[in-house]
Ligand binder design. Sequence first.
Ligand code: FMN
Length: 186
Amino acid sequence: MSAIVPRPIAFVSTTDKDDVFNLAPFSCFSPVGLKPARVCLSIDWRKDGQKKDTLKNMEYSKDFVVNVVDEVLAEAMNQASAEYPSHVDEFKEVGLTPLKSDLVKSPRVAESPVNMECTLLQVVEFGTFPTGGHMVIGEVVLVHVRDDLWNGDSIDIGKLKAIGRLGGELYCRTTDIFQMKRPYRF
Ligand SMILES: Cc1cc2nc3c(=O)[nH]c(=O)nc-3n(C[C@H](O)[C@H](O)[C@H](O)COP(=O)(O)O)c2cc1C
């Protein structure tokens, strides 16, 4: 894990059948296609062999929201990685505001600069506890971008100030950016 760095962090919001909202970060996370836009993340077993609340909620609602983590959200993201009992509303616990999504049941995080509403495409289960885990694949059906980040064509990475995960408890900022012209464009 410390060699595959920096990794983006999906701050995933979900809901259960009783409208209890859940939040958790996942850094085994990647885009896996553009048209249609897809993302995947890996969700391990909990230490007690149960599925994590995020996965249970995804399997109930068939959707989830990926919220981008910027420097301002870093501390709340870290707090949300604690193993709260299922009945605890983690938005309240970490002091964030849920907003109703437009196309999915899962709420989105008001304080996050970018929210991706996703429908659940597939859950691939590998092995059984204590090894293995789950690969979740979702389709991004709607993206919300904070107005000041949109430069008319794409997201201004410098303004986004997303953070990345390194090994263990280490993170990085995206403030040291350089550009390379591509030799040709596809
Ligand atoms: C930055 C960060 C990245 C994480 N990435 C993952 C991951 O990719 N897969 C995973 O299973 N857990 C990951 N975790 C741990 C989960 O966030 C943690 O188990 C959380 O309690 C799960 O919450 P839930 O039971 O509400 O779904 C990560 C934690 C942190 C702080």
